[in-house]
Design a protein around this ligand. Structure first.
Ligand code: NAD
Length: 251
């Protein structure tokens, strides 16, 4: 049902973004990849996804975002997904990490959106999907920058949903709980340090403690939801923040 649609998925060389790109490609969209990684692995992904274009643009660099958007051309589906995490007590939080997280997780989505919206408005159709997080709704300690960025993108999404509603363009957040990806694996050592816990304790007593299903979300589950949001049947799903968190934020 996405034949003829062009979908840019940021941070799609890994994890959730890759699963979303696969799901949209599976429905017939032309996908455009973005993100870092090994050149050969990216070449393999491009081939898998129908000779997909790939931009290695660093989205914290506004000029690089602008160059990518100009080169990519009109986008029907924009998935703002690239994001990073850093775990640290606020008084020790490295200033450069704060700036990076806000720039990538929040500000980059503003830049891609402002550049994609004119084309969507011209066509009278568009989908903007932002990968937020359970941390766009609730907080956990030691993630001040991340939680600020994710609460921020939830507010940004609601705002553009209202602005674009009469143009056939919807904007929604998907808010996963813990999804087993390199981002989660990477924060385990810092969480062990910040909380003085073993690896097993971090997994069971920190990560999965609030996820009522006691299971990590699989990236494919997030991909399936993103594809649903692109359907015409989802045209009135607008400004929503969809939890995929095993019940975490129900509590
Ligand atoms: P990941 O580390 O597997 O993938 C991150 C992607 O972003 C990669 O493609 C990477 O190359 C890209 N990226 C990183 N820095 C970039 C930059 N400066 N410019 C362009 N691309 C950059 O992470 P993931 O777990 O798949 O996370 C994807 C999104 O999902 C993030 O926004 C994250 O906050 C969110 N999220 C993840 C989880 C989880 O449990 N994994 C839960 C909730 C929300």
């Amino acid at each position: 049902f996405l034949q003829g649609k062009r979908a840019l998925v940021t941070g799609s060389t890994s994890g959730i973004g890759l699963a979303i790109a696969r799901a949209l490609h599976g429905e017939g969209a032309e996908v455009i990849l973005n993100g870092f990684g090994d050149e050969r692995e990216i070449a393999t992904l491009r081939e898998e996804l129908g000779d997909a274009a790939h931009y290695g643009a660093d989205l914290t660099d506004v000029a690089a975002v602008e160059a990518m958007m100009a080169d990519a051309g009109a986008i029907d589906i924009l998935v703002n997904n690239a994001g990073v995490q850093h775990v640290s007590p606020v008084e020790d939080f490295p200033v450069d990490k704060w700036n990076l997280i806000i720039a990538l997780n929040l500000t980059a989505a503003f830049h891609t959106t402002r550049l994609a919206v004119p084309g969507m408005k011209a066509k009278g159709w568009g989908r903007i999907i932002n990968t937020a997080s359970a941390h766009s709704k609730v907080a956990s300690p030691f993630k001040s920058a991340y939680n600020a960025s994710k609460h921020g993108i939830a507010g940004f999404t609601k705002t553009i949903a209202l602005e674009l509603a009469e143009h056939g363009v919807t904007a929604n957040c998907i808010s996963p709980g813990y999804v087993w990806t390199p981002l989660i694996e990477g924060q385990i050592p810092d969480t062990m340090k910040a909380r003085g816990l073993s690896r097993e304790e971090v997994i069971n007593d920190v990560l999965l403690v609030k996820q009522a299903t006691k299971k990590f979300v699989q990236p494919e589950e997030v991909g399936a939801l993103a594809a649903f949001l692109c359907r015409d049947e989802a045209q009135n799903v607008n400004g929503a923040n969809w939890s995929v968190d095993g019940g975490w934020t129900a509590e």
